[in-house]
Design a protein around this ligand. Structure first.
Ligand code: AMP
Ligand code: GLY
Length: 426
């Protein structure tokens, strides 16, 4: 069959890499992709949000299945448009995607259905927001309502910073996305990502993982889209997983159905596990980036088969098989990211890094210019490695990272440490 992957990032490279291995797939396309994905899939020069052109392409080329990576096309209705055209696509409708696209919707939804989340209020004007900040004190968390590529959240440690953030957001720092904001209580603890494939009120869990949002080691500095992840996450014990399913995942699916927004696709709950129990920080209606990269390295069964079964209404038969190995992904980013950064620097050393058979390098923001591989985004590559232990995976991944070079590259050096520490205490 012919499969189309929509998206440009490391997540899409990992999905395409896995899809390509399916014996069901004869031809793989990507819109628009990056230099890494173009090595394994045919480039379709259409933006992931140009839905009309994607429908036309899929029809003309008899695409049998489309898999959507990022949130933007989902929230702009790519699934609705493909469904209307009679084309098979895996992902949520525009209506269901609001669970990620609007933090105000997500918070009000969680409150209504009793899904544990930080105490919050929503605001559309500065005066009331400032009064709330003064009442709540700091640290406090301020979130733009709409999509902001993982950067619309600020954890303010002083009242001044909080008030300035609110002013900034209402002044249009994230455009339309920050016309409304959520202000919520700061939760301490450790974060984890819980991702499942879902259909209606049923789900199939993916392997657990832990992302690292902050740009610097020790979870310091501003938030990014994610600087590295590993799977499985020892933090998520079987007991914790049971609670996540019972108190968060199933009630979310039930609630969304009751709201007339049934879900089908990937559902990702970003969790904080700490002194206040397990709380949802955010929902995403897609796989995580970079979580997908280490997770796909551990999936032994056929992702395409699983997706087709779900689309045929047979989710209860889907039983993914996961490798027992540990897997880590480390993001190499452009100097300056998540702030401003330069593009166009040559990348070298990937082949050398991939000489270790346990290493796979996924591309995020890369391009080809004059026959050379160059940087083309904030997050440039995700280097993944697997190992018998998390420690071994870490050693392998950083050995590989050290072989790859581009000007001003930066990366965290502590991805995996939280899991290694937890495992050594068990
Ligand atoms: P979100 O997009 O809502 O998941 O927020 C992005 C990141 O901000 C999260 O992954 C956390 O690192 C942090 N964060 C969000 N909300 C809170 C909170 N209430 N307390 C502490 N940290 C938070
Ligand atoms: N890694 C976090 C996200 O994909 O939202």
């Amino acid at each position: 069959m012919k499969v189309l992957v929509v998206g440009n990032g490391g997540r899409e490279h990992a999905l395409a890499w896995k899809i390509k291995q399916s014996p069901l797939v004869k031809e793989l396309f990507v819109a628009r992709g990056n230099a890494g994905i173009w090595q394994i899939a045919k480039k379709v020069d259409i933006s992931p949000t140009d839905i009309k052109s994607l429908v036309k392409f899929a029809k003309e080329n008899q695409i049998d299945l489309t898999v959507v990576g990022p949130e933007q096309p989902l929230s702009e209705g790519i699934v609705n448009a493909f469904n209307e055209a009679g084309l098979k696509i895996f992902g949520h409708t525009k209506e269901a995607s609001i669970l990620e696209a609007s933090k105000v919707f997500a918070k009000n939804f969680m409150k209504k259905y009793g899904i544990p989340t930080a105490f919050y209020e929503t605001f559309d004007n500065e005066e009331e927001a400032v009064a709330f900040i003064k009442k709540m004190g700091t640290p406090i968390v301020i979130k733009a309502d709409g999509l902001a590529a993982g950067k619309g959240v600020v954890i303010a440690h002083t009242e001044e910073e909080a008030i300035n953030t609110v002013k900034d957001m209402f002044a249009g720092r994230f455009g339309e996305a920050s016309k409304r904001i959520v202000i919520e209580e700061f939760l301490d603890g450790e974060e984890a990502s819980y991702i499942a494939m879902v259909d209606g009120e049923e789900l199939v869990p993916m392997a657990t993982s832990q992302d690292h949002k902050q740009v610097y080691d020790g979870d310091k500095g501003p938030n990014t889209g994610g600087m590295g992840a590993y799977s499985p996450a020892p933090l998520i014990t079987p007991e914790i997983e049971k609670e996540i399913l019972e108190k968060i995942m199933y009630p979310t699916l039930k609630g969304m159905k009751a709201e007339g927004k049934p879900m089908r696709g990937f559902l990702y709950a970003g969790l904080m596990i700490g002194s206040k129990g397990i709380n949802v920080l955010e929902f995403n209606v897609r796989m995580g980036d970079p979580e997908t990269q280490p997770i796909m390295r551990r999936l032994e069964s056929d992702l395409v088969e699983h997706i087709l079964d779900i689309l045929e209404g047979k989710i209860s038969t889907v039983k993914p098989v996961w490798s027992d190995r540990y897997s880590i992904g480390v993001v190499m980013a452009s100097g300056g990211y998540p702030g401003s950064y330069k593009k166009g620097y040559e990348i070298t050393g990937i082949q050398e890094a991939e000489k270790d058979p346990d290493v796979v390098v996924f591309h995020s923001g890369t391009d080809i210019k004059d026959g050379k591989l160059i940087t083309n985004g904030g997050r440039v590559l995700t280097i993944t490695a697997t190992g018998e232990t998390l420690r071994e995976a870490k050693e392998k991944v950083y050995n590989a990272v050290k072989k790859i070079h581009f000007k001003d590259a930066h990366y965290r050096t502590d991805i995996g440490d939280k899991g290694i520490k937890r495992l050594s205490q068990q």
